[in-house]
Design a protein around this ligand. Structure first.
Ligand code: BDP
Length: 697
C-alpha cells in the first residue's frame, strides 16, 4: 500500500525504505510554516513513528537537518557545519543551484544536513533516505573539509503531463498515456480527492523534479479554460505540488485571447492581445503565487501560433514572457514546429530540418524568461535519432532538452525499455566534437545547464496515470526515477540508477531480484531498437496509435516521416551533396561525420543516407543482412527476458510479478510480429534471401 494506505502499489519509498533514518533520533533546526518545512516535519514524524526513532530537540540527535538561516544553527553546530553554511551561501550562478542544494557533513558522531532553503533541506532528507544505512555507518566524506556538497546540475527539472480534462477527449484522458487515466483530472474536472497526487508529488520530490506542467500541450478549449475560469482547480493542484517544492505550469493555447476571451485576434503585436495576456498572468498569479509559467506548442500539428499573423516565434514567446515577467514566471516555448502537411516535392521541407530553420534566425531575440524547449532528436522521440542540431545552434538563448519518458515510440509501457542509457548518451554528446578548443569537452548536459542569465532546463513527457502500478508496466517506474535523477546529476550511471531504484522500491530484496531486473532492463533499449525500425530510419509504426509494426504506415502520408524504400535501397538522403542538406545544420566535426558514408555511424546510417540493400556497414554486414540478423536476435532476446523474469516469482509482490509477466508475454508476441513484418518487407523489396533461410514468406 501507499504511504496513505490507499489501494495502489508503492513505487519507490515504501515505508520500509524509511527505516535507516526512521530508527534514529532526528532533529530539525528550522522554524516557520513554510509548506515545504511542514512536509519535512511530517516526514520526520512519520519515519520515526514507523520505525521506533524519535524527533528530538537537542544535540543527542543522530541526524540534524538545519536551515542555514535558523538562529540556532551556528551556535548549535560546530566546525563542519559552519563551513557548510559558507558553502550554501556561495554567490553567483550557484546561487539558484545552491538554493536548491544541500551540504552533508558530520558533527562528531552525528550526521548534519545544512541547506539555504526548505527546498534544499527536503532534497537533503531525500538524499538521506536514498543513501540509507551506509550514510550513517561509513565515513563517506572527503578528507579536506569533511563535507559533501550536493547541487543540482540543472535549475529547472520539469515533467510535462499531457493530461486532458474533457472526459471524451479524442486522444483519451492522457495523450500518449499508457498508465490509465489522469492522476488529477476525471469526469471533466479536477478530482476531489487529491491523495494520490500528494503521493505522486512526494515521489517527484524524492528524485528532484521541481516543475510540473499539468495539462496537455495540445490545449483544447476545456484545458484552455484552466487559465481563466478554472483557476480554482489549478490553485488546489498547485498547493499539493508546492508542499513538495514543485512549481506548477500550464500549457496554454496561443489563440486563448480568441478561444477563452472575447478578442478576434491573437496577434502578438496587438495591444488588446497584450492586455489580455497581462490580465491572464495577473489572474493566475493571484491564484497561484509561485506559478511557474507557461508551456507552449504553437504552429505545430495544427495548433495556432504567431505565423498566422506573419510574426515570429520570438514575438509569440516574448508576448507571453512579458505578461509573466512581473511575477517571475517562465515561458517554455517548444521548438517542435514543422509542416505536417508536406509533400516532399521540395526537399528543404525535410521535417528534420524544421526546428533549426525556424529558430536559429531568432537566436538572441528571446526574452530572459523564455526557454526554448527542443526535443532530443530532430524528428520525434524515436528509439534512435541523432541529437537535434538546434541544441548546438542557439548560444544566446536559454535551452531545454525535451525527453519522452512516456514510451510512445518505445513500446508504450507494454515493452520493457529502460531509457536511461539513451538519455545519458544524449546528455554526454559533444555537439562540437571532442576536440574543439573553444569549447573543450562541452556536452549537451553543459548546454542545458547553461550559465548566468542563460540557465537552461530539462523537460520530459511523464509516463504516469491512475494505474495501480503508476506506470502500467511496473518496470517503467525506473524510467521516471532515472529521469529525475539524471536531471539532478547527468553523470549518474544508468546501471547505478537502476540499483538505487531497486533498493528503494523493493527494500531488502533478495539479490536475485537485483540481478534479474538488471538482466531484463540493462540492455532493453538496444533490444527494442534491434527488432523495430532499423539503423535510425525511424517510424514504421502503425499510424495514429504508434504501437506495433506497419512498415509503410506513414510512407505515403504527409507527416514527413519516410524511409524511401524501393527495390534498390532504403534511407533518407539528408546529405548536403545530394540530399536535403540537413547534415549542414551540425557544427564540425559532425556535419562531415554524418555526411560521409565512410564515417556515419551504422546506427544512424538510414537517418542520413539512402543506400543499396547490399551496402556494407562498418560492422561488416550488409544492410539487409543486418536487418535480418538484428530482428531475429532482438525477438530472441525478449524470450530470454521473459524466462529470466520467472526467477523472481515469490521474491517480489505477486501482483508486481504477474503484471510484469503479462507485459513480457505481450513483448514477446509483439517483437515476433515486428521481426516477421520487417524481415519479410525487406526480403520482398530487395529480393535478397536470408542465407539462413529464416525469413517468413
Ligand atoms: C508526437 C505525438 C503527439 C504530440 C506531439 C508533440 O504523437 O501526440 O502531440 O508529439 O510533441 O510525437 O507535440
Amino acid at each position: 500500500t501507499s504511504p496513505t494506505g490507499r489501494p495502489w502499489h508503492a513505487a519507490w519509498l515504501p515505508d520500509e525504505a524509511l527505516r535507516p533514518a526512521g530508527r534514529r533520533r532526528v532533529r530539525l533546526l528550522a522554524d516557520g510554516d513554510d509548506p515545504v518545512l511542514t512536509t519535512l516535519r511530517d516526514e520526520l514524524v512519520r519515519a520515526t513513528g514507523l520505525h521506533g526513532g524519535a524527533v528530538v530537540h537537542d544535540e543527542r540527535a543522530h541526524l540534524t537537518l538545519a536551515l542555514a538561516s535558523d538562529a540556532r544553527v551556528l551556535p548549535a553546530l560546530s566546525g563542519a557545519a559552519g563551513r557548510a553554511l559558507d558553502l550554501v551561501r556561495r554567490p553567483g550562478v550557484d546561487g539558484e543551484l545552491g538554493r536548491q542544494g544541500f551540504v552533508v557533513g558530520r558533527d562528531g558522531e552525528a550526521l548534519v544536513v545544512v541547506a539555504a532553503t526548505p527546498v534544499g533541506l527536503l532534497a537533503g532528507w531525500h538524499h538521506v533516505l536514498r543513501t540509507g544505512e551506509p550514510l550513517f555507518d561509513e565515513q563517506v566524506f572527503d578528507g579536506v573539509s569533511g563535507l559533501v556538497e550536493h547541487l543540482p546540475a540543472v535549475a529547472i527539472r520539469k515533467l510535462d503531463h499531457w493530461d486532458n480534462i474533457a472526459a471524451d477527449s479524442p486522444m483519451g484522458p492522457v495523450e500518449r498515456g499508457y498508465a490509465g487515466a489522469s492522476l488529477w483530472f476525471a469526469d471533466g474536472r479536477l478530482r476531489d480527492d487529491l491523495t494520490r497526487v500528494h503521493d505522486y508529488a512526494r515521489l517527484l520530490a524524492h528524485v528532484g523534479v521541481n516543475a510540473v506542467c499539468v495539462n496537455n500541450v495540445n490545449v483544447h478549449e476545456r484545458e484552455s479554460a484552466l487559465l481563466t475560469s478554472g483557476l480554482d482547480q489549478v490553485a488546489r493542484l498547485a498547493e499539493v505540488f508546492r508542499a513538495q517544492g514543485i512549481r506548477t505550469y500550464l500549457a496554454v493555447d496561443f489563440a486563448a485571447p480568441i478561444t477563452s476571451g472575447a478578442l478576434t485576434t491573437s496577434d502578438p503585436l496587438d495591444d488588446d492581445v497584450r492586455a489580455w495576456w497581462a490580465d491572464a498572468a495577473a489572474g493566475v498569479h493571484a491564484a497561484v503565487p509561485d506559478f511557474g509559467g507557461f508551456v507552449v506548442k504553437a504552429d505545430s500539428e495544427g495548433r495556432p501560433g504567431p505565423f498566422a499573423y506573419g510574426r515570429s516565434h520570438a514575438d509569440g514567446a516574448n508576448l507571453l514572457a512579458r505578461a509573466l515577467a512581473p511575477y517571475g514566471g517562465t515561458v517554455f516555448w517548444r521548438a517542435f514546429v514543422y509542416d505536417h502537411r508536406q509533400d516532399w516535392r521540395d526537399r528543404s521541407t525535410d521535417r528534420a530540418r524544421a526546428a533549426y530553420d525556424h529558430f536559429t534566425p531568432l537566436d538572441g531575440q528571446f526574452d530572459e524568461n523564455v526557454v526554448v524547449q527542443v526535443k532530443l532528436g530532430p524528428v520525434d522521440f524515436q528509439v534512435r535519432e541523432p541529437l537535434s542540431p538546434l541544441i548546438a545552434a542557439m548560444p544566446r538563448t536559454r535551452l531545454a532538452m525535451e525527453l519522452q519518458v512516456t514510451q510512445e515510440y518505445t513500446g508504450q509501457q507494454r515493452h520493457a525499455c529502460y531509457l536511461a542509457p539513451l538519455w545519458r548518451e544524449a546528455l554526454d554528446f559533444r555537439p562540437w566534437g571532442p576536440l574543439d578548443p573553444a569549447r573543450p569537452g562541452r556536452t549537451v548536459a553543459d548546454v542545458v545547464r547553461g550559465d548566468g542569465t542563460l540557465a537552461g532546463a530539462l523537460a520530459a513527457v511523464a509516463n504516469v496515470g491512475d494505474d495501480p502500478f503508476w506506470t502500467g508496466h511496473p518496470l517503467a517506474q525506473a524510467n521516471l526515477y532515472a529521469y529525475g535523477r539524471l536531471a539532478w546529476d547527468p553523470t549518474l550511471a544508468p546501471s547505478a540508477l537502476l540499483d538505487e531504484w531497486l533498493a528503494l522500491t523493493f527494500p531488502g530484496c533478495d539479490e536475485r531480484v537485483r540481478a534479474t531486473v538488471h538482466a531484463v532492463l540493462d540492455d532493453s533499449w538496444r533490444v527494442y531498437e534491434s527488432y523495430t525500425a532499423p539503423l535510425g530510419v525511424g517510424f514504421m509504426v502503425k499510424p495514429n496509435g504508434h504501437y506495433g509494426p506497419d512498415v509503410d504506415g506513414y510512407e505515403y502520408s504527409p507527416w514527413g516521416t519516410y524511409h524511401f524504400a524501393d527495390r534498390d535501397g532504403i534511407g533518407v538522403d539528408r546529405t548536403r551533396a545530394t540530399g536535403t542538406g540537413f547534415t549542414g545544420q551540425y557544427p564540425a566535426p559532425w556535419c562531415d561525420v554524418y555526411e560521409s558514408l565512410d564515417t556515419c555511424p551504422d546506427e544512424l546510417l538510414l537517418f542520413f543516407h539512402h543506400v543499396p540493400y547490399t551496402h556494407v556497414l562498418h560492422s561488416g554486414s550488409t544492410v539487409v543482412q543486418h536487418v535480418y540478423d538484428t530482428h531475429v536476435a532482438g525477438a530472441q532476446a525478449t524470450e530470454r527476458m521473459r524466462e529470466t523474469w520467472r526467477e523472481v516469482r515469490g521474491l517480489v509482490p505477486d501482483a508486481v510479478y504477474a503484471r510484469v509477466a503479462e507485459r513480457l508475454d505481450e513483448q514477446v508476441r509483439s517483437a515476433a510480429e515486428w521481426r516477421d513484418q520487417v524481415n519479410t518487407y525487406f526480403w520482398r523489396k530487395s529480393g535478397i534471401p536470408d542465407p539462413a533461410g529464416r525469413v517468413i514468406p
